[in-house]
Design a binder for this molecule. Sequence first.
Ligand code: PCA
Length: 197
Amino acid sequence: MKNLLLTGFGPFHTHPTNPTGEIVELLDDTHIGHWKIHGRILPVVFEEVFPELEKAIEETKPEAVIMTGLAWGRDVISLERVAINCLDSIRKDNKGNEVHDQKIDPDGENAYFSTLPIREMKLTLDQLEIPCEISNSAGTYVCNQIMYLCLKHFAKAHIDLPAGFIHLPPDHGLRPESRWEIKDLSHAVSEVIKVLK
Ligand code: PCA
């Protein structure tokens, strides 16, 4: 059994719930394929998100990391390809901080690419007729920030493992026009995890 760290977020902005945190709670401590899932809910706070992830990495010693976050305006599962070195919040974080036109890491690389097998994941979801896309922008808010910092962390340490980010659409309970129930989103995440060797 190998360890997989699965992260999500709690409520933020005007959203009273966040499907990603709910899914992390559902899948925490379960086994999917040959993975033991370690779930963690990260804070939607610029200064706290990476220290919390780092702590989770130390605690769970993962051999794969899948981070998830809510993409309010999207209607499909978004397998993120790339995180950019840019922080430009269109909304405040949960501690009221607002940051514009800054680099996440002033001396860092411009971008890091997901090390998840996103093409294979997309083909798997396609076969299951689960609506999904490969996305070329994780935004410029907390989700892009944590994807960037996580991938940088492993790259600098020369640790070669599958790690990346998946944006999920809102569930029907959160946004009534959504076609997704929490169980559908959770099923999609489980199927993505099974793709990992
Ligand atoms: N989505 C936000 C941050 C927290 C979340 O669930 C984002 O896309 O950056």
